[in-house]
Design a protein around this ligand. Structure first.
Ligand SMILES: C[S@@+](CC[C@H](N)C(=O)[O-])C[C@H]1O[C@@H](n2cnc3c(N)ncnc32)[C@H](O)[C@@H]1O
Length: 304
């Protein structure tokens, strides 16, 4: 596996995701940009709906930090949701590689589900100064305005998976992202990894799982995590963590990814975490999997 130093040259292959919408596969990270359910479907089910936008009133300002803008699919879903609710979006995006957005905007398949006004808004954001290019770890510290601290309504975190891109899931970065949140703000991610959830909890955030319902959800225990400084209210798409998930956090899988200086490479972060897991007092991830009937990829037939 190669790491982001070479990511800017490694091929990005267009692909058609599960709902027919445009996606990409990254050779550098060995992963697709979106869930097999489909890029547009994931944007709404995993990011827009769990954000609880109905809490806001028409005319309200919504401050959003989006990690890993990629093709801009999530950004378009956000723009659409804000237009439907008449919210005034104040958006900051973080992204390393300009190619995904260029490829997407040049693709008729990408443009098809969206109206011209939304595509124009995305193009405006893409060339504006609030799209902060570079390593998100540095941009969170040096690029985002200090005034966002404690005042951000939403942080959307859509990096490649922790095994492929641990740099963006470090305990230290997650603490920084948590500190951006307004008292009722939400960090929303597709990721349900115990290490990530444990770091978010250590940052003082309360956690909920994004329910996995509907077609294609069988065998998936959730569609991700919402984390907030405030208790998360009962909402149709959220549920409290189940016993299986709470035990997951206490197992060795809950050992965080560490990057104290904000510039570690992925391979050394994985190696350091493996060392730390050997000293972890909790049960092994394997014994947690056997107890709950969870497969190696995290799928489960166990009741919640
Ligand atoms: C899963 S994709 C994001 C998908 C995106 N949300 C979309 O809707 O298309 C992950 C993105 O993270 C970006 N990335 C990888 N390492 C990064 C880093 N260190 N800082 C910022 N972005 C990074 C990749 O270039 C890629 O676009």
């Amino acid at each position: 596996m190669t790491w982001p130093a070479s990511a800017a040259e490694a091929p990005l292959a267009p692909l058609c995701s599960g709902d027919g919408s445009f996606s990409l596969h990254s050779a550098a990270f060995g992963e697709a940009f979106h869930s097999p359910r489909g890029a547009v479907r994931e944007a709404f089910e995993t990011f827009v709906m769990p954000s609880g936008l109905d809490r806001f009133r028409a005319g309200d300002e919504l401050r959003v930090v989006e990690l890993c803008v990629g093709t801009g699919t999530n950004t378009l879903a956000l723009l659409q949701a804000c237009a439907e609710r008449d919210l005034r979006l104040q958006w900051w995006g973080l992204e390393l590689d300009p190619r995904p957005l260029q490829l997407a905007l040049a693709s008729p398949a990408f443009r098809r589900p969206w109206g011209p006004a939304l595509l124009l808004q995305l193009q405006t954001l893409a060339t504006g100064e609030r799209l902060l290019w570079g390593d998100a770890r540095q941009q969170v510290v040096n690029g985002l305005p200090a005034a966002l601290r404690g005042r951000t309504h939403l942080v959307w975190h859509d990096a490649f998976s922790p095994r492929r891109c641990p740099q963006l899931w470090s305990h230290e970065l997650l603490q920084r992202l948590a500190s951006l949140l307004a008292p009722e703000g939400r960090l929303v991610t597709y990721c349900a990894a115990a290490a990530v959830r444990a770091s978010l909890r250590m940052a003082g955030l309360q956690l909920a799982s994004i329910r996995a319902d509907g077609p294609g959800a069988a065998g998936t225990w959730c569609h991700g995590t919402v984390a907030s400084p405030a208790p998360l209210p009962a909402e149709a798409c959220l549920r409290p963590l189940g016993a299986m998930e709470i035990e997951h956090l206490a197992s060795r899988a809950g050992e965080p990814y560490r990057d104290p200086d904000g510039n570690a490479d992925g391979a050394s972060m994985l190696a350091a975490r493996e060392q730390a897991q050997r000293r972890h007092p909790g049960p092994s991830t394997g014994s947690w999997r056997r107890r709950w009937g969870v497969g190696a990829r995290g799928d489960t037939a166990a009741p919640q």
